[in-house]
Structures are given as structure tokens and as C-alpha cells.
Design a binder for this molecule. Structure first.
Ligand SMILES: *[C@@H]1O[C@H](CO)[C@@H](O)[C@H](O)[C@H]1NC(C)=O
Length: 346
């Protein structure tokens, strides 16, 4: 229990600035000391240390607070920017995940039910986060307009490029811009500190303040960091097997959970002044950060929790449209004061 308390409190205080999904020590430099500081990043946790830890019961330690800012309560129009080289099967997989968020016809445990945890968050008027998310437009940015190495600022220029070329509209009321970079595109701090991030665009770069998120395909650069548990770091040694991805694609299947993570946080903290834990707004711990690495009942620390397997041994915890299956991390529930997902067993 003591170890558990120590791990959780350290994790809350060490989430990196700009929050960005998964602050992470590159496995090559990971030491035992560092692993103790990052209980929510599974690959750096020796499984023997943490098998009995349960994040799910750690509610006393989490002080998630509402800071009076807006949440995304109006229906969300997603604008997808496929930056780089994106084969049709990849786009179809990620599109199916995004369209599943609002698809209530899919049987349990569904992506739609998973999003219902996010929709429990409200703003000061009592309006919940929307359950309606659609893809309004997509832009194939295969021209690498800002090169194959992006930064936190140039990714905003990528959005600006699409808008000025009239490939995407400016949608102040409902728009969320999602920049997805292919496996050959590098991003500042990718793999070393982040797997994805969300923020809002600056008027000086884009001409408007628009919520956006970036997620990269880590398949060629660092699957053991950003597509865990579909790839595991070499230092974990033999005996620790990677799980088979539900759609057979380590990089793309790995992106699904990171996209879910970013959309949940963007919706509950779009201007970084709504729902987060911790005292420091420049280092907010948001509703998906609190449950990173947790995909099923009993999970926590080094164990992802109980998830299902299909006949071919591929792991998943959620169902989506077109018969798809996905493995997506859980979200912090403000009602249960614990991590929650529709595949919970209890
Ligand atoms: C809205 O949020 C409140 C508070 O979390 C919750 O009780 C209610 O069920 C939510 N409504 C919907 C439609 O999700």
C-alpha cells in the first residue's frame, strides 16, 4: 500500500508541462529510479513491483477539480488532417474508431459506452460534454507542407495551411482539428516525452483559437513507447510478451488509444482551464492521464487489467462499428471517483 501511495503521488506531480498525453522516459535511459516515478507508463514498470496495485481504488488521492472554463458541450465536428503518407486501410481503421464514439447501435462493451464516461463531465452551467461526435471533413495533406519534422508550433501551421487552402473551414462553434502524422513524420518530443497532445491554436499563427490535437503513428519510431502493449521494450526481457493488436497493426492500433485519450482530455479541458488535477495549470493532469495504462478490471501499475481476446489471440476491450475491435485505455469517472470503462467486471 505504501508503495502504491508513493507511486501515485509521484505520478501526479511529475506529469510533464503542456500535459501531452504520455510524458515518457525513453526506455534506453530508464533506470529503476525512473520507473518508480512513472507508474502510469507501463513499459517502465517491472511487472513484479506492481502486480497488486490497483489504481481503481485510489480515489482518496486524486483531486480532480473543475476550474470554471468551458467543456465541449456542443456537438463536435471533427476535421481530420492526414499529414504524410496515409494508406486507405489506416484511414478506414481510425475513421471507424472515431465514428464509433457516437454509434449507440454497437453491442457492449462499445466505444460509445466508453465515451459515456467523458460525457459525465459538465461545465458551470451544468451542460455535459457532448455524446455527438462526427467527422465533418478530412484533408489529405500528403504534400508534407511543413516537412517531415514538425514542432509544436509548425503543427499549427499545418492546420493553418489546410484552412488557407480552403481544404477545411474555420468552425468556431463545433470544430476540433485532429492532425494525424504518418510513421515517417517526426514531432518535437515524440517518443521521448509525448505520444500525442492537445491544445488550442494561436490567433497569430492560425488566425483563430481552435481546439486541436496531434497524434503520431509510432509504428516505425517507438512502438514500445507509444503503442504499448502491442510492443514492449527490450529491457523488460523475455517472458513479457507484447499483445497482438486487434486490427493487426501495431502503429495504427496503438494510435487508437492515444486518440481516445486526447479527445477525452480536449473535450474536458479544451482551453486548459476546466477539468484537471494538480495545482499547476502548466502541468495539468487530465481525465485520461489519471488512467493511462489501464484497460480493464484489476489493472494498475504494470498490469493493463482484464481484457478480451478474439479467436486469433488479438486483444481488445471495446467494440466498434463495422465489426471492429479496439483496445482503449479507461477514463477517470467523476461519479465513481475511479477509472472506468464498459468492459469492467464487477
Ligand atoms: C451529466 O453529468 C452528470 C454529472 O456527472 C451525470 O449525473 C449525468 O448522468 C450526465 N448526463 C449525461 C446525459 O451523460
Amino acid at each position: 500500500m505504501l508503495l502504491h501511495l508513493l507511486l501515485l503521488s509521484l505520478s501526479l506531480s511529475l506529469i510533464s508541462p503542456t500535459h501531452e498525453a504520455r510524458p515518457y522516459n525513453a526506455p534506453a535511459t530508464t533506470t529503476t529510479t525512473q520507473t518508480l516515478h512513472h507508474p502510469d507508463h507501463q513499459p517502465s514498470i517491472p511487472p513484479t513491483l506492481t502486480a497488486s496495485d490497483r489504481y481503481e481504488g485510489s480515489s482518496d488521492l486524486v483531486h480532480l477539480r473543475y476550474h470554471m472554463g468551458p467543456v465541449l458541450s456542443s456537438p463536435i465536428n471533427l476535421y481530420l488532417i492526414w499529414y504524410g503518407h496515409w494508406p486507405a486501410p489506416a484511414r478506414s481503421l481510425l475513421r471507424d474508431f472515431l465514428l464509433s464514439l457516437s454509434d449507440s447501435s454497437v453491442p457492449s462493451p462499445s466505444v460509445h459506452q466508453w465515451w459515456s464516461t467523458a460525457s459525465l463531465y459538465t461545465d458551470q452551467t451544468g451542460s455535459n460534454i457532448t455524446r455527438s461526435i462526427s467527422i465533418a471533413a478530412e484533408s489529405l495533406a500528403s504534400d508534407y507542407s511543413r516537412g517531415s519534422s514538425l514542432t509544436r508550433l509548425s503543427v499549427q501551421q499545418v492546420i493553418s495551411d489546410q484552412i488557407s487552402a480552403s481544404r477545411l473551414p474555420v468552425d468556431h462553434r463545433h470544430g476540433v482539428y485532429l492532425v494525424l502524422t504518418s510513421s515517417d513524420v517526426q514531432m518535437q518530443d515524440f517518443c521521448r516525452a509525448v505520444c500525442g497532445f492537445h491544445y488550442f491554436t494561436f490567433p497569430s499563427i492560425v488566425g483563430h483559437t481552435l481546439p486541436y490535437a496531434w497524434v503520431g503513428d509510432s509504428g516505425k519510431q517507438c512502438p514500445e513507447v507509444c503503442a504499448y502493449p502491442f510492443a514492449v521494450p527490450a529491457y523488460m526481457g523475455s517472458g513479457v510478451g507484447a499483445l497482438r493488436p486487434p486490427n493487426g497493426e501495431v502503429g495504427w492500433d496503438g494510435m487508437v488509444s492515444v486518440i481516445g485519450h486526447e479527445l477525452a482530455e480536449l473535450s474536458s479541458n479544451p482551453l486548459v482551464n476546466a477539468w484537471y488535477a494538480g495545482e499547476d495549470p502548466t502541468a495539468p493532469t487530465e481525465i485520461a492521464d489519471l488512467c493511462e495504462g489501464l484497460y480493464g478490471s484489476g489493472g494498475g501499475g504494470g498490469y493493463i487489467g482484464q481484457v478480451a481476446r478474439d479467436g486469433e489471440g488479438r486483444s481488445f476491450n471495446l467494440k466498434g462499428r463495422n465489426g471492429r475491435r479496439f483496445l482503449v485505455q479507461w477514463l477517470w469517472s467523476p461519479v465513481l471517483k475511479a477509472c472506468a470503462g464498459p468492459n469492467a467486471i464487477d
